[in-house]
Design a protein around this ligand. Sequence first.
Ligand code: F6R
Length: 615
Amino acid sequence: MCGIVGYVGPRNAVPLLLEGMQRLEYRGYDSAGVAVRQADGRLAVRKRVGRLANLEEALETEPLAGQLGIGHTRWATHGEPSEVNSHPHVDCAGNIAAVHNGIIENYLALRSDLEAKGHVFRSQTDTEVIPHLIEELLKDGAVSRSAAIRQALRQAQGAYALGIVFRDEPAVLYAARCGSPLIVGVGEGEQFIASDVPAILNRVKQVIYLNDGEVAELRPAGVAMAKLDGTPVQPEIKTVTLRAEAAERAGFETFMLKEIHEQPRVLRTMLETHVGKDGAVNLGEVSDLLAAEAAGLQRIVILACGTAYYAGMYGRLLLEAWAGIPCETDLGSEFRYRHPRLPERTLVVAVSQSGETADTLASVRLARRMECKVVGICNVAGSTLLRESDGGLLTQAGPEIGVASTKAFSAQLLAFALLAIRLARLRGAMDAARERELTAALARIPDGIHRVLERQDDVRRISQKYYECYNALYLGRRFNYPIALEGALKNKEISYQHAEGYAAGEMKHGPIALINEFLPVVCLCTPTADEVRDKMVSNLKEVEARKGRIIAVAAEGDATLQGLAQDVIPVPETIEEFSPLINVVALQLFAYYNAKLRGADIDKPRNLAKSVTVE
Ligand code: F6R
């Protein structure tokens, strides 16, 4: 999704904007631009379609300099990716420039009203109404610039994060937020704005998370804030604990590979935080919320999108099995429109890496209107989801820059395991001995993942045989069914190889028609002893009988699978419930090498955005 950076201070804004925009590239974009208030009094704008390098080249050929500026990476929604549709957008006179993330839903009405008043629009974007509207409101000179911004935003419906600068106000940067994330970075004698913390992590250590309906006025010496009605707001400054290196590649060829390798550490950190020496799970404020809710709980609804939804499917199985509560999982984009009927005392668990996904947030708001308590599982401190939840569980994965989620997904799986154990204990459905047994098994998972990572070259060699195939089928059962879906999603999003995830038992009901000697069928076959193991082996036999090419993720030394599959990715065994935490790593590596061999841009897959802040 679009990324915003802004700067006001004593230094030249241009390199700072470009640096921040580079750090936002991971969000996904198709064009980029900057507006800089130059010393000669002009408000200069440069934009280019495509990679940021194109804009950097343009700025080398025709340099800009100034101490106030805004920059933007655009992910097209209204209007094709083109120079004219790229941000910043300006008013008729070129005195006001704005960058925007979100969608102004009533832009057509605003635009025709402004056109009737003589404003000339250049782009097809919704964003362009903002500078024109402010220009219109400032026309008779009766209001201040900040009042005009607030008035304009009272008229705008939809979602926005905005950065706005004025040609004749060289030391003020305005920022506003409603529904799309925006932070202010507080420096010494200089201020920044950005869509997220990693963009300015190496520049500031203190940030202000803007709330919906707040407008900030940044001057080099400080920040003033007000609500849309003009009521002043006291800025709440928070210190960022993330280290700048957390958002760097650290010698890995891609962020995704680095993040795959970070998984043992991420899980260890979460276990250290949430499991005591006695083996008991403690989830801080979520434990308190669960303690108050546990006894009377009627139902749990898990809400999420994409990869996080698959983590939710896994969570559902654990919550039902251990805590004994009816549980359902729904997509944010479906729940919000399905007119849900929820029994009293329904607990909602919303899962989101970014905490800014529009559909997930809309569903959470709907659930809150229905008086549900909400637990947010999220990877970004200060995110909207965590702020709007009754209890937040931070998955301590650190910044995830690769667009395809890996370490944040594993952290979500672990968060659900911990949540289910805690809830089961609170409801008396699990005793302390079983809890200790489970947390001891969890403590061994990071080493298990290490063992899979050590085999990455073997996985690469397997990918070499399959990366040219057009399609792939992924099969799993019970706890590994969501992992089959996740493995297929990972593969298609980064390698563009079409992949379908299926519950293995469903194969006979349709996809079996696809199986022939050209179709790779990736099968999740651990552990060796559980209720569904024999069924899984039968499904593999069905694939074998039709000459499908079986790639099995199987327990080390599993002789049955060695005999059945063309290729085996051996993984260490754990209990069935936790096998997804290990198996998913094998599938991440398989997708990774497929993508690499196909020459794809792994960290920035085409058309995808890291944080989907529009519907
Ligand atoms: C896929 C992926 C997406 C996200 C989805 C929700 O690898 O990352 O499917 O899971 O867009 O995003 P969050 O988790 O930020 O709500």
